[in-house]
Design a protein around this ligand. Structure first.
Ligand code: ZN
Length: 142
């Protein structure tokens, strides 16, 4: 069975069930489909706008491939930072500012900072970027 949303020439909307689309065509041609409101047999199918409502996610997921590429790129950036930058822990804000002011050796650093510290650094023109990925993995110190 197929359900069609139908409308007559007076723009009355109603629904009809048919065995198939051919069945609908045959009945429509024979004038057997009448508007329940005004009895008009000048009935047409309404355009349907199909959709699938996802129940598990509110936003469409990235295609798996794109997600993989992105995760790999993020992991590379992260690896590069961990390999080449100095880990300064929670002294990050102080050290970043010292480097920016030329009071400390110019180099890449990473560490932890509070959102307020980061905002202050950005306000002062210190180029701070978030580390991609999860929370920082502290290097083993021994
Ligand atoms: Zn009608």
């Amino acid at each position: 069975m197929i359900r069609y949303a139908l409308a007559c020439d007076h723009a009355h909307e109603f629904e009809g069930w048919f065995g198939s689309s051919d069945d609908y065509d045959a009945q429509a041609d024979a004038g057997q489909i009448g508007c329940p409101t005004c009895g008009s047999t000048a009935v047409t199918k309404q355009i349907m706008a199909p959709m699938v409502a996802g129940t598990k996610r509110n936003t469409p997921a990235l295609p798996a491939q794109a997600r993989e590429v992105m995760m790999a790129a993020m992991a590379q950036v992260r690896q590069h930072v961990e390999d080449n930058f100095d880990y300064v822990g929670d002294a990050f804000a102080t050290e970043a500012r010292a480097i920016h002011d030329g009071k400390s050796e110019e180099r890449g650093i990473y560490g932890e900072a509070t959102p307020a510290e980061v905002r202050k650094l950005v306000d002062d023109g210190v180029p701070v970027a978030p580390m991609p990925g999860d929370s920082i993995k502290k290097p083993q110190l021994n």
